[in-house]
Design a protein around this ligand. Structure first.
Ligand code: ZN
Length: 207
């Protein structure tokens, strides 16, 4: 599997394109903004997008969701506990940061911990990692790990928004820390890192 990063919107959210080894089957993770740019890139690369994956339901990860899902006619996957954020601008923090109103349709598929999603001949494994939101997830794709706003390069996500929970976040980060082997980490904002580096340097892994 291959991964490409596009920084989108004013919060500089990392939108990821996952492409299977067949070079065509693709998934879009967190279309946070700039729907036109995302759709243009899909066309340029002649990708066959199969679904949209959301690490969680905060607005800065979903502002381009309706534009992209309609243009590409693809289903949306989110953890079952974060579907409510798609339907409520207060819970998604949209109405805290702006006076825009975006109404999302519910996701087509609700994810649970341990689910495996096929992309081409490969699998994406769902890790439910609550704490930043109730339904935050990380996605294991081969030797990389998409961490959303749960784990960043040298930091962790906020836990003071709706559904946030510090002790749940620390448990989730311990679970990530204790995964076997090393992974390249792709967070929801900022730089990528390696799990081996985070195990040594990330203060949230020292609890
Ligand atoms: Zn978030």
């Amino acid at each position: 599997m291959k991964i490409q990063t596009f920084s989108v919107g004013p919060m500089r959210t990392n939108c990821y394109f996952l492409t299977a080894d067949d070079g065509k089957s693709a998934a879009i993770v967190d279309p946070g903004d700039d729907a036109d740019k995302i759709i243009e890139k899909v066309k340029q690369k002649e990708l066959c997008v199969k679904f949209i994956l959301l690490t969680h339901g905060h607005f800065d990860h979903t502002m381009a969701l309706e534009g992209v899902r309609d243009a590409l006619n693809v289903p949306v996957f989110i953890h079952e506990f974060d579907n409510e954020l798609l339907l409520d601008g207060k819970k998604s923090m949209l109405n805290v940061f702006s006076n825009k109103t975006v109404v999302h349709r519910p996701a087509e598929k609700l994810l649970s911990d341990g689910d495996e999603i096929a992309l081409g001949d490969e699998k994406i494994k769902v890790l439910h990692t609550p704490g930043h939101t109730k339904g935050s997830c990380c996605f294991v794709c081969g030797d990389f790990l998409i961490t959303g706003d749960t784990l960043f390069d040298g930091a962790a996500g906020r836990y003071d928004f709706y559904g946030g929970d510090f002790s749940a976040l620390i448990c989730s980060i311990e679970r990530i820390r204790d995964l076997e082997g090393d992974f390249k980490i792709y967070p929801g904002h900022g730089n990528s890192s390696y799990l081996s580096t985070e195990r040594m340097n990330n203060p949230y892994m020292q609890y």
